[in-house]
Design a protein around this ligand. Structure first.
Ligand code: HEC
Ligand code: HEC
Ligand code: HEC
Ligand code: HEC
Ligand code: HEC
Ligand code: HEC
Ligand code: HEC
Ligand code: HEC
Ligand code: HEC
Ligand code: HEC
Length: 565
């Protein structure tokens, strides 16, 4: 009884609507869903002139509402899934199944249910031809549907609008289910693609999604990006990167392919990330997980490990007040100096410590020094006898070689990891047009400038350009100015210029961990000998201002006791 009543009510509605639509401009007749012989799209009937019949019929309707005329698909669908999805979508239900009775491409467009005859389509078309509108039975690359969008879900996901506050255009089936018809209205097409809201400025997506920091993000505000918004990176259907509906099949491609390349509108990251020494974003695909515990994650690195695509902005960029992050690094998780996980890093080094502290993503240290570890958090610890001032101000109150006039560094300064690790063509390195950041470099260890450390080599300024960005070579080589000297000699001059010895043979660029035996006698002033040049029993004595070095592994250096007092 109930169904019959409902059908009658619907029929009345149907006729009412039909009447209404004949006088409305935004009506189905001018859309691709007018599949009658008079239709405007390329897919239309051979001779059938009724419009509604492809989907509804007052006679011989199937048992499906609203007076559905079509045979339903019996396909079993692959469903959307991701590491962050809270709702557990099952097989499609409700109106989504109505749409899929054409759009999964398994049922002929003219195939009506209830024993009706098949409607012939022009050009002999049967099922929906392959193309964008043919969604297939694989829905794993489509926006999730047939899920309950309720207050429960919003409690578990703080990036969704409360369903009570959705704009009127957004319809949830039976008051709570997200279906195809939440985004599309099959009868009206005022915004294109039968969408219920415009895609401009991400209006449709933002009706339901509330990504923190989005409104001030460069990706939302930059003139060339604002209009397409979310769609710059996401695709609602047939997304090449199914998880999170990304436009790139590999994570980094979403960023690089359309924007961050030499021809794109964003800074060129493709060039540095393909340098010989680089952060290998191509190394692992599908391993990075939103909110992962970096200490137990498998080795990987992705753009999104250092940047939040929804939040990046220009605030305080480029990095210039160490160790504070800039807007480009905002909203990214990190590991603090104390080893604690934080959802939002405050300091650049905290982002690096996700992968260069407690875990072992680098695996081995080169060069091996008397005290060696891949745990950079131990090396930069402010409790160490000496360290470059990344986590905290340095210990040495007298570093005469610092170049205040040139780079405004003093004993009070702190520096970034990316003051030493970056691209050689970056703005920071050369004042050039290349992108800042430790993406890749022609120099080993992704160093921002040349740093010879593997062999004895006749002195040239360029060999140690890295150190000379902040330390004045004239000061280092002038007796009486540098602290490494004896009487009228500068021992830096004697060693570096006289004996071709690179800085790295004596100095550790990071710091010497007290946890691993670093101490105030042997390891002040970043002294930590390179074992390729020195034997393990080489001793530096800062109190005595002397070195006792035994057999040398490479020629040119005299064994014995040297004092530079
Ligand atoms: C391409 C398929 C298709 C065509 C053609 C179509 N409809 Fe629909 N119609 C649907 C779907 C799917 C629903 C259910 C989802 C919804 O409410 O949007 C629906 C729902 C309806 C409803 C119920 C509305 C409601 O809000 O519950 C009415 C009335 C209706 N259609 C009338 C018509 C009329 C009249 C025509 C012909 C002018 C027509 N439809 C053509 C697919 C179609
Ligand atoms: C009777 C079959 C049929 C049903 C049912 C149907 N569609 Fe379509 N739809 C089509 C055809 C045919 C096209 C045109 C495809 C083309 O031109 O390649 C189309 C096109 C579209 C387009 C693309 C419009 C454009 O401008 O390119 C969207 C979006 C769409 N349909 C959504 C839906 C949704 C949502 C539903 C369910 C509410 C639905 N369709 C139900 C047959 C159907
Ligand atoms: C969360 C919103 C949302 C949901 C849910 C959704 N779509 Fe779409 N759909 C879109 C948007 C946005 C576009 C336009 C994409 C573009 O402009 O490239 C689109 C485009 C389409 C197209 C045109 C093909 C294309 O990719 O250009 C079809 C067909 C379509 N949708 C059908 C469906 C069907 C069928 C369902 C349910 C199974 C569905 N949509 C669910 C948002 C949605
Ligand atoms: C009608 C409301 C609605 C609209 C409109 C909408 N979404 Fe969604 N979206 C949701 C809901 C609800 C979920 C499921 C969240 C969950 O269960 O964790 C979701 C899931 C997603 C996911 C997968 C999230 C995950 O954790 O795997 C992505 C990506 C996404 N939406 C992007 C978009 C984009 C891009 C648009 C605009 C084209 C859009 N959405 C429009 C409601 C919507
Ligand atoms: C610049 C590219 C870009 C833009 C623009 C963008 N996203 Fe994303 N989005 C991503 C990437 C990349 C991921 C995957 C993040 C990860 O793996 O850490 C993602 C993940 C998501 C997720 C699921 C994971 C999560 O963080 O919960 C949702 C939902 C989402 N985006 C929605 C949106 C919406 C809505 C918009 C527009 C308001 C948008 N995105 C704009 C790149 C982008
Ligand atoms: C971005 C600027 C910067 C770069 C590049 C740099 N340094 Fe330093 N360095 C500093 C600052 C600032 C201090 C002062 C720390 C202090 O007061 O303890 C310092 C201090 C030192 C010290 C003295 C540490 C102590 O505890 O006595 C040594 C040795 C040193 N640097 C060596 C080097 C070497 C070798 C290189 C090249 C690999 C280098 N530095 C590159 C900024 C830099
Ligand atoms: C003063 C310049 C400088 C700063 C600042 C600096 N590095 Fe380095 N880094 C180097 C040099 C030079 C090497 C080459 C290895 C060596 O000489 O011991 C290196 C090597 C590395 C390596 C390779 C593995 C290893 O341990 O040898 C990693 C990883 C690394 N640095 C990460 C970092 C991180 C993370 C930071 C910030 C917390 C940082 N670096 C700060 C100069 C620097
Ligand atoms: C290891 C961490 C890390 C990874 C991985 C990484 N970046 Fe960066 N990126 C940075 C840092 C640090 C900066 C410098 C920020 C500043 O100076 O404000 C930066 C800067 C940038 C900039 C601005 C550069 C400029 O000068 O205009 C863009 C754009 C960028 N990154 C995109 C990407 C893309 C795309 C990827 C993936 C292919 C990526 N990044 C991978 C750390 C990273
Ligand atoms: C999500 C993980 C991740 C983050 C975050 C990360 N790195 Fe890396 N880093 C890697 C991986 C993986 C490698 C390649 C290791 C290998 O294959 O030897 C690498 C390599 C390096 C190297 C070259 C090491 C060598 O042996 O020469 C340097 C230097 C480096 N990273 C510095 C940084 C700095 C500085 C930061 C912070 C701005 C940072 N990394 C953040 C994962 C990460
Ligand atoms: C043979 C070992 C050795 C070599 C090679 C060496 N140093 Fe040193 N350096 C020292 C010692 C020892 C001290 C500590 C002097 C003191 O204060 O007693 C020192 C101190 C420093 C200081 C802090 C004092 C100051 O003058 O500012 C800096 C900076 C420095 N070295 C940079 C460099 C650079 C850059 C190179 C390469 C161009 C280099 N050193 C090569 C042994 C060496």
């Amino acid at each position: 009884m109930l169904t019959i009543n409902k059908k009658i009510v619907c029929l009345v509605c149907l006729l009412g609507l039909l009447f209404c639509w004949t006088c409305s401009s935004a009506n189905i007749l001018t859309t691709k869903h007018n599949l009658s012989v008079e239709g405007v799209g390329s897919i239309r009937a051979d001779s059938e002139n009724r419009v509604c019949i492809f989907c509804h019929t007052p006679h011989h309707a199937t048992s499906v509402d609203p007076l559905w005329s079509r045979t339903m698909s019996s396909a079993v669908y692959n469903l959307y899934g991701s590491t962050t999805l809270v709702a557990q979508p099952g097989q499609p239900t409700g109106t989504s199944r109505l749409c899929l009775s054409c759009h999964d491409g398994t049922i002929a467009i003219g195939m009506l249910g209830g024993g009706s005859e098949m409607i012939d389509m022009a050009g002999g078309i049967s099922t929906l031809p392959l193309g964008a509108s043919h969604l297939e039975t694989d829905l794993s690359d489509d926006h999730p549907i047939s899920i309950a969008y309720d207050s429960n879900l919003v409690m578990l996901r703080d990036d969704l609008i409360d369903p009570m506050s959705l704009p009127n255009e957004i319809r949830l089936e039976n008051g709570g289910l997200l279906q195809c018809t939440s985004c599309h209205n099959p009868h009206k097409d005022p915004h294109g693609m039968f969408l219920v809201l415009s895609q401009q400025f991400s209006a449709l997506c933002l009706a339901c999604h509330d990504e923190a920091g989005w409104s001030v993000s460069t990706h939302a505000t930059e003139v060339s990006l604002a209009d397409s918004g979310c769609q710059n990176c996401h695709q609602s259907h047939a997304a090449p990167g199914p998880q999170h509906l990304l436009k790139g099949a590999l994570e980094e491609q979403t960023c690089i392919s359309s924007c961050h390349n030499s021809a794109g509108s964003g800074s060129d990251i493709q060039t540095p990330i393909n340098e010989f020494y680089r952060h290998p974003v191509e190394y692992a695909n599908g391993v990075h997980v939103v909110g992962e515990d970096p200490d137990t994650a498998e080795k990987h690195v992705e753009c999104v490990d250092c940047h939040s695509p929804h939040r990046v902005n220009h605030a305080n960029a480029p990095l210039d007040s160490a160790p504070e992050i800039s807007g480009r690094l905002t909203g990214v998780s990190g590991i603090t100096a104390e080893g604690l996980f934080v959802n939002e890093a405050s300091y650049e080094y905290e982002i690096c410590y996700k992968c260069h502290a407690g875990n072992d993503f680098v695996g081995q240290v080169t060069p091996l020094r008397i005290i060696s570890t891949t745990n950079e958090s131990l090396r930069f610890d402010s409790g160490n006898p000496s360290f470059h001032p990344v986590e905290a101000k340095g210990k040495n109150l007298n570093v005469p070689s610092l170049r205040p006039e040139y780079a405004s560094y003093t004993e009070d300064s702190q520096i970034y990891c990316s003051d030493c690790h970056g691209s050689e063509s970056s703005n920071k390195a050369t004042g050039g047009t290349g992108a800042d950041g430790p993406h890749g470099s022609i120099y080993p260890h992704i160093l921002i400038a040349q740093y010879e450390q593997d062999r004895l080599i006749p002195y040239a300024f360029s060999n140690y350009a890295l150190c000379f960005r902040c330390h004045d070579p004239d000061a280092l080589f002038t007796p009486g100015v540098t602290t490494f000297g004896k009487g009228v000699n500068s021992s830096h001059r004697t060693h570096v210029i006289g004996f071709d010895i690179p800085c790295s043979v004596c100095h550790d660029p990071h710091g010497v961990p007290s946890d691993l035996g670093g101490n105030e006698i042997n390891n002040l002033h970043l002294i930590n000998f390179d074992l390729r040049f020195m034997d393990a029993d080489a001793v530096y004595n800062s109190a005595d201002k002397s070195c006792t070095v035994s057999c040398h592994n490479q020629g040119g250096m005299t064994p014995g006791y040297h004092s530079y007092k």
